[in-house]
Design a protein around this ligand. Sequence first.
Ligand code: FBP
Length: 555
Amino acid sequence: MNISPLQKARYSYVPKLPEGISGSIDDIAVEKGCPTESISDKEEIRKIFKNTYGKPLVTFKKAENQNNTQIHRELKVGVILSGGQAPGGHNVIAGLFDGLKKGNPNSTLYGFKGGPGGLTDNKTIVLTEEIINEYRNTGGFDIIGSGRTKIESDEQFAASLETAKKLNLDAVVVIGGDDSNTNAALLAEYFLANGSNTQVIGCPKTIDGDLKNEHIETSFGFDTACKTYSEVIGNLCRDTNSAKKYWHFIKLMGRSASHIALECALQTQPNICLISEEVEAEAMSLDQIVEQICTSIVKRADNGDNFGVVLIPEGLVEFIPEIKKLIIELNDSMADGADEFAKLTEFCEQTNWLSKKLTSASFEIFKSLPADIAGQFLMDRDPHGNVQVSRIETEKLLLGMVEKKLSILKEAKKYNGKFSALTHFFGYEGRCAFPSNFDSDYCYSLGYSAFVLISCGLTGYLSSVKNLTAPAAKWTAGGVPLTMMMNLEQRHGSKKPVIKKALVELDGKPFKSFAEKRVTWAEKTCFLFPGAIQYFGPTEVCDAPTITLKLEKEV
Ligand code: FBP
């Protein structure tokens, strides 16, 4: 196999483990807390999760000679990579594999191919030391592939159970985001309710950074993805500060949450960074957002600076009240009239059909959008019912509107600059980068901790590693009951138990720190150039966590 020099060098990186689970596995003590409750809708969620609700938090501590024979059991475990790629997934699997083999060299790790569909369809590969070694500390999910299949029908649950029985599985580990781990919780409950002892453990993955709470400090992949985007944004900042002739409109992945945009703003100090959660809180219209961007462009032009950088979170459109309303109406109409809609192939036919389904206000908004962008709002929803915001070219929509507004200002003699702009979308570029040292260590620890949870016989837990701003040895590993993170939300017309998505908190330190400085950034050139992720070198350069995490943990 051909490998790059960096890949070769990364093979020899040894990920760090929290003290509680490092060293001999016979020295791991398991501490259990009090029973837990879901974040809200307690009674309803308790009824849905009769067998798995309310379990205690679990922490692993170092204590000599625990005489834990369970940890040496021969186990059969299956692992799934679910949803979008995130740097570090391979290390979760490596950590799980190493833990299993340390417990008992005869244990087996199956990889389910292509995401949750691999479990329902029993498509597996046995992961050997040789295979694992090829993927240590590398980006991507290509070791077994990923997928977005949602296990929701009775047939899918029954098929999953069938696979677990056929393979005689002790456990399934689901590496995924909020939706995938909601699925993991339902699977754990289903297995127990149907007399199966197959345990289900989740691991918190997503570059979006929106799977976090009191017990899960961050999801893996967020660190590397943000550093990768920030490197390129910083390079663009420097390029435009050199040539002084372009405005760059950059859309950043992150789905609904603006954590990625916010973190990249903290790392690079662009002229403008829109935060969807603020747009919603302030009920800002599309025109007001355009106005905000134009104000910065005009002020900077007055200073002779006809260049700049604008960061746009991927999910912005869903947070602009009038567009949010439009999306809800589109979702309902397209779901109710799915068969009719599927027959309409031309955009003009679709528009005509929608004119009879949407309220007049929403239809007016729809018509006012450029046709190519309006068409993007009609693309298929993902299996969890989400609009595919990565496919909507918000950066182009905003640029078009900014250009129109600037020409009006020019005619009115309120703007006298030159405006030339380029659009970018950074998303897929960051999802499979070589994991940073932080993500390499964090992921390996999550996988290893998942093994310890399995060996303790626990099910319906999310592997957790905390205290992440300290050096890795001081991190603490354990598990959080999945039901503890749940609330009921309206999905496809009825209330469903789901893990609550964490959006940017406007009273949180990361947003406040950004808000304090952004007025200056909008007018002056304050760019920072973070440079590429460093894998070898001083710890303050190579091992630092995100600014978001540091600010959130600051006392
Ligand atoms: P997950 O929520 O599954 O981790 O996916 C994250 C993400 O990268 C989003 O930021 C983005 O909107 C979406 O996946 C894109 O999905 P796809 O890979 O299906 O195009």
